[in-house]
Structures are given as C-alpha cells and as structure tokens.
Design a binder for this molecule. Sequence first.
Ligand code: ADP
Length: 823
Amino acid sequence: RQWDEIDCAAESTRLKDDWERLQTSRQYADIMTSRRSLPVFKRKSEILAGISCNPVTIICGETGCGKSTQIPQYVLEKEIEMGNGGSCNIICTQPRRISALGLAARVAMERNEVVGRVVGYSVRLDSCCSKFTRLLFCTTGILLRRLLSDPELEGVTHVIVDEVHERTLESDLLLLLLREHIQRTRGKIRVILMSATAETSLFSDYFQQGLGLRPELLRVQGFTFPVRELHLDDVLELTGYKVTKNSRFATNKKAKSEVMTTSASNSFDSWESRVGENSETNMEYSEATMRSLDTVDESVINYELIELLLSTVFSLEREVSDIYGPLVAVDDTSNWKPEAGSVLVFLPGMMEISKLQARLQNSKQLSAYGVEKKWVLALHGSLSSEQQKRVFVRPPRGVRKVVLATNVAETSITIDDILYVIDTGRHKEMSYDHSKGLSCLQETWVSKASCKQRAGRAGRVQPGCCLRLYSKKQFKAFDDHQLPEIQRVSLEGLCLKVKSLLQSKVQSTLSKMPTPPDPDAVIAAVQSLKDINAFDAENETLTPLGRHLTQMPVDARVGKMLVFGCMLKCLDPVLTIAASMSGRPVFFSPQDNREEARLAKLRLSGTSKSDHIALVAAYNGWITARRDGWEAEKDYCASNFLSREALASIEASREDYLNVLRELGFVPGDISSLEASSNSVRVIKAVVCAGFYPKIARVRHPEKTYVQTEGGTVPKLAAAHEVQYFTRLDGRVFLHPASVNFSAGHFESPWLVVTDMVKTSKVYARETSMVPAYSLLIFGGSISVRHERQMIVVDGWLEFEAPARIAVLIKELRKRVDALLLE
Ligand code: ADP
C-alpha cells in the first residue's frame, strides 16, 4: 500500500538517473566485472525476454550461477531502464530468514545503496524496507501471510520464488496460491520460479494443468571454485587417527598431547611421525569412530574430532603435506593463496551447536595451536536477525572465525570469508513414524544434494576445502534428495499448518497441491485433530489449543502433552515422556534374560501401572547415577536393562522441546519451571491421557469367578490373558508383554491410555498407562450429561455413572482448563 504514497513518475525518473550515474561511476566498475563473470550474465537478455512474454517462467540455475543475487536485479534494472522504476514492485521469496537478510545486503551493496531503500527485506519480527523499496527479499511465510490479507497482491508486479526445488510446505502452498492468482487475474503478475536442480517437470506440469499454458523453461549452468573434498577416512589420517590393519581406527592420546603442547611441532609432518612412534590405543574412542564409519543409520557427533580438526585446519593452513597437497584446492593458473580463512561447521541442531560452542570457547587445544583470539558464532533458525547477521561480518586480523550452523546455512547464502566447511552430515527433520502414528523430529543423514550444497559453501568466492565426517562408503548410501515436506510430515501437522496459513478448507486445499496427499488420509487426520480438540468439531476452525500447536514444530499429540505439562506444572516428567517418543526404545528385553528385565521395569514403575512412569523413573535414576561417575552409570543401566544411548537421546530431545516451549513463552528462560515440576503420578498420567485421547483401551473382565481360600470365597483375579481390551479405534487389542500392565492382575480402573500400538499378527498395545475415569472426564473428548440416567457421556462413546453434583464439578474443571489455554 505504501506504493501509492509516492509520486511514481518522479520516482521513476530519479531511479533511472541514479542508475545511469551508478553505471558510469568508478566504484561500480569492479562490481560490474564480478557480476559479468557469473554464468547468468550471458543469458540475461534471454531471461528477461522470457519473463516479459510469459506469465510463468522457470529458471533452473545450478548453484553459483548467480540466480539469487542477479535475476531479481536484472528485473529491477530493466523496469528502471524502461521508466517503470517507480511503479514496479518485485518480491523474491526465500525459504529461510538468513538468506533473505544476506541477499538483501548483497544486492544493495552491488547497487551501492543501503538496505531498506530500493532493496529491502522482510522476515518474521524484523523488516528493513520503506515506501521506496522496489525489490523486497522476504521469507515464504511473509508472502503467504500477505496473501491472506491482500489476496490480489495490490501493486505487486513480479513474484520470484527462489529454491522451489526444496519443496517446503510453504513454497508448495505459495505455488498453489500463485496459480490461482494467475487464473483469476489472467496473469497480472509475472511469476518466476527458480530451482537449483534440473528436475522441473513437476512445476511445469503443475502450472500447465492449471493454466493451460506451458511455462517458459530456461537452464543456466553453475559455477563454483574448486573445493577439495576429504571424507572421514582421509580426515582421520589428517588429524592423527590411524586406520589399523583390522580396519579399526586407533588414536594415540600420548602422541596427541605431545603435539598439542609443543608449539614448534604443530605441523602435519611432525605429528605424523610422532603418532607412528607409539602403539597405545584408545579403544573407547576407536569404537565410537567405528560406529560412525560402518553403519549408516547410526551416528554420533564427535566433538573431540571436530575440535581436533579445527586445530589442524588452522595450523595446516598454507602448509603443504606430502599426502594431500595443499588442503585448499589451489588453482594453479592464478596465483591465488588462501587467506586466513573462516570455518563453517554443519551440525544437526541447536543443542549440538551450544555444546560445541562451549567446548571451543574454552578450548586449550586451539590455544595450543596458536589460536588465541576467535569468534565462535552460532547460526540457527531460533536466533534473532541481528544475531544471524553477525556471521557475515569479517573478523579482524588475527581473529579466527568459526560459524556453527544447522542446515539454515546450506543454500542461498554466501559468507565470503569461509574457506573450510566441516560437515557432520547430520540434520534434524520432521518425519512420520507409522507404527507410533506420530511425527517426530529425528536426526538423520542428509541427502547427497545437501552434502553438495554444504561443500559448495566453501567455494563461493575462492577455492576451498570440505572435510566430511562420514566415509565415502557411507556417502554412497545417502538418498539423492530429501523427500518433499508434504510427504515427510504427518498429515495432522500438514492440516494444522494449512489451516493456520490459509484458514481455508483443508481437504480442498490439499487436493490442489503440487503433490496432493491421499484424500482418505486427510479426512482421518482432520478427524484426529478434532479428537484432540485442535480443530473445532463442527466448523473445523482452529481452537485455542490448535493455535498453540500450529506454532510448535512437533507432533500434534506430543505438542498437546507439552502444553498440558506446562499448564499442569509437571513439565519435567512430561518432557521425558515426550522426548522418549521420538527415540529408540529405552528398555531392553534380552532373549535370555527376559523375566529379569520385565521385573526391573516393573520395579521402576512402582504401583503406577504405567509404562510412562517407569520411563520417567528410569531417566531420573540415570541422571542421578551419572553424577557418581561412569561406572555407576554403567551399572545402573545394566541392572535395569536400559539403553544408555536411548537415554542420552532423550536428554537431547528434551532440550529441543524445552527450547520450542521457551520460544513460545510457555516457560521462562531459566530452569525454574522444571525444578518446580510436580512428580504426581496422577497428574503426569492425566497429561498423557490429554495428549493421546481417544487412544484409550477399556479392560473387559470375563465373568467373575470365585476361588476358595482360607478366609472364604473371594473373587478370582483375572490373569492377563483372560481380560480383553477394546479401543474405539482398533476394536479388540492385546496387551504387549513389554508393557508393565501385561501382568497387572488387578485393575483399579478399566481405562488404559495407549501411546504405542503395533500391528503384527494382532494389534498390540505396547506402551500404556492405567488412568482413573476422572482423567477421561476432564481431559477426554467433549462431554454430555444425561441427567435422567445420572450419566456423563464422553464423545458419545464412554459412559460414566455420575451424580449431578459430580457432573457440575467436571464441567467447572473443564472450563478452567479451557480458560488456561486462552492465556
Ligand atoms: P546462486 O543463487 O546461483 O547459487 P548467488 O546469486 O547467490 O548464486 O551468488 C552467485 C555468486 O555471487 C556466488 O557464488 C559468489 O561468488 C557471489 N556472491 C554472492 N553473494 C556474495 C557475497 N555476499 N559476498 C561475496 N560474493 C558473493
């Protein structure tokens, strides 16, 4: 709207004059030389002709060709030259905030301007633009939100969607809305899709089906400086870890420490010879390394190795080793020599970043290698724009810069002093676990395409080097590309997002997406969201709970548990339960020791009749045992049949969830809310019930039988195999022997919440908690009261006898819970 506040004609003239002046200025000559050297420059006129003649143009530009920085500028310059500068309005979307910030800064710099005038950006919670802004870099979410309030995109002339190949849900939704916009307005806006991969037929077909015309397709080759890629095998050798004959990696602590303390010998050669002298090995380390080398589905982030690698990189710079030649791929034809380069480390998540950051900040090892002054900067999605921008600043002479980043640094950004990339090959992504019916944030290997992008960050403005913490063999087994988000996340998550972004009917919207999901599955997902009260049962609008859940990048049920855990002040145990749901099993059940393992779990569960409480006890016990040292920790895990790795991964996921809750303001920044957590078994089980209703099983006893005892005739307790369990969802189910309730003879309450159901020959409930009827009445589905029969009915399914005053009380309690959700 700011657009009509300026005098367009005068602004067009001013922009044209400024542009003509800039082109003849001296400082522009250098910039123009580098702009001209980019591959897109040769295709400039073709690209501009394509855009002006077609409502939709697809530009497939390989990485480094200049698509993100140049194409939006070409469009802007052409409009200015044609005298339309004052009235054009170009929006270029980016999947991530950091790219929008970086591109706006670069493009403004190339035009010798400040950000916020002609070139600006707009991202969540931060924007730098004005009524004079003609080219706006923004996140996809920002444009989607604008489309909600301004579906006609008043005044916009061009929309450029960058990185469409990443197939995020938001960019897919944007394509749907842009296609509808073109249909409605007959192409009032020019749409340009930019992709870094050659696979563009999906987009082309999508627009052809909707519009009846094929988009113009242009391909541009990429350009990156040579990047030397070293895999784990080479990396280990480089850092002094040796491959022994039986292919085990062994390291020599003694030799390493000698090198570390002898400043004169911090070169590769002397290190090599020292390592060779001693045959002492450190088995613990070699096993960890083995694991990360030989299996593709399991890996550990090896902080020690990364620290060592950084030291090596810094000390080896400019040195030539016999084995590798210069570390950085030097171009023989130019006399280019590496500067003191900065390092970009790719890690899976925030927690790993904080851990490494703390380690590096106090690193004696780096100091031993002469690195005294350093900037160790974090880069992830939860930082403010101000914090994110710091990674672009060049360090002063003598200061080494290390950027620790998640995959937000993978594409579309150029940090021009990065010479080295260290890639752990890991990232976290939402993925759907069918057996649990949950989607979880899981740490996995990245795709080959991501590896290429990550390595490429070292070769943007000069030759570089990428050190990969995975072997060539592992790399071969990686997927080629990541699946589109729409195929990765649970449909519940998808429906929540669509609803929050577009407020439209979920089913019809999803059916028009570039890859529409199965319509029956969408119906089931909408029902499930109604069941947990995220969608209103009648008109499918978001409830207050639903609105909270749309903000949380976690499964809807897990999200609900976390919200209720905060509300009912038992977050600490609930975090443990939520975190366990995305990981491996904590409890072992070894074939030859099954009974002992079962008893150990039963002991942990106490009298709770709950697998969830057993888990919380196991985790808390582990934290306590760990304080007494490694031996105590090992004994504790062994005697309780617990997996240490699974417990450690719970610890990491707890941190992730806690950060999500902190960001949303559910918990304060310090840990006071965790320390004040209640450990009431009843409350914790009620929270699990709130999250997983209607995954409820009802225990049905067989006809009562009586047995004769010394004291007379008493009812016989039903054995596990005699009782039957029914759920609304799956009919008859069986209790899994791994559940503590498998052997529960006596049932105080016939209700079990089931959080893990597996289907083999039968349907088994594997993780259960027995809950009293009150939990269902207060936290279950919607209730109706049948006064005449003194009954409360939950969702027309569960019937409870209850006198009128209890019904009043329950209604009152429910109102309070609803009020809490609104706060
Ligand atoms: P693409 O989107 O095709 O991958 P970009 O347009 O982002 O490429 O960048 C093209 C090239 O421009 C980079 O490879 C780099 O050489 C140069 N470049 C871009 N941004 C910067 C920057 N901030 N500093 C220095 N050079 C840059």
